[in-house]
Write a protein that binds this ligand. Sequence first.
Ligand SMILES: [Zn+2]
Length: 414
Amino acid sequence: MHSVKVFLLVLLSALLTAPLSAQVQSVGVAGDGEFTRITITSETPIRPDIFLRETEDGMIIEMVPNDFRLTHQPFFAEPTGGIFAYTLDTDRIVFELDRPMMIMREIDLPPSGNERLYRYILDLSGVSETRFRTAAQRDEKRFARFEADRSSSAMPAPVQVADIAPQPESPSTKPASFGALMQMAARQRKVIVIDPGHGGRDPGALAIIGGKESDVVLKTSLKLKRMIEQDPRYLVKLTRETDIYVEHEDRVTMARNWGADLFISVHADAAGAPTVSGASVYTISTRGEARIDGTAKKYGWELPFEDGTSEEVSDILQDLTVRETKSNSSIFAEFLVPELGQAGPLLRNTHRQKNLFVLLAPDVPAVLVEIGFLTNTSDARRLKSERGRRKSAEAIKRAIDAYFDRQDLLLATN
Ligand SMILES: [Zn+2]
């Protein structure tokens, strides 16, 4: 009981002394400048005022969260497309833009499920300089008024106990450490399974400049794995990490046994004509879909229905699952295509359907990505280079983020 008393004491003293301010836990930026997303997590809602501004230093987005305070160093992802830097001040966050962008939408998500933090999401999209300038001029007046109001009402607000949301999950009044954040994220980690195509006795396509598909896709997959591992939101598994042959059905079985939330098979293409180049993404075709049930039965990929579920009901549930899985696979493919376009050329009709065995799991959204043509000199050089590998991996990682961000949004709004 002693510890409970101590805890209450700590909590009470915290109520009396702690400022009721938004503790920013992380800042993340993802996207390419055509579409860029800022995500800020915090322990209390940040409800910021936002201003597009054109200053001597260039175009910026200045965000002044309601009673924002930084008492520790939050962690943030490296800035990417559209935003080249950002700084956290004592009472605001400034994002420096490398191209004109405007706010498309603003989303405020309360904690839900395992997500203990508030998430504030700002979606930006690329616009012309003229449009940015018009908006910035309008915001400049608003900004001046805002700053004037703030300095005149700089009196500290009285502490009202009723304002303090109960936080049963965070008895410690210290800001969450990075370790604690990692632990929190680990509880709801998404499992990503990367499947480097071919291997061992099956080299896959041969590169026009020398080398084989099985090596190229393994190196890219390992790079992607390391990239995903940096992100506490995910757990990543590879169906092979060395040059070995793995049966197709074993690749799918592994993914299902690991509880995969997403399966990405990585391949490189070959064509008769050396001029054909570009990346493409495959999801299951209608013909492939027709053999899911039979294949699932044969390899024991049945869905975990409760005992006593009638055959009719389980058939319906199975159908629904297969349909939802197919739809999620397509959604991921649609996120992936524009990202791959940032990493290199795209094959025409980039999102295609095919009857591919590794895409047959009834309940794991799956795509097969062909990262380029090894029979095309320029693609082959790109795929075999360190820089090209990094770009392909980054593209896939951004699509993974976009896909799961969307899922989080759907969960939060339902
Ligand atoms: Zn292949």
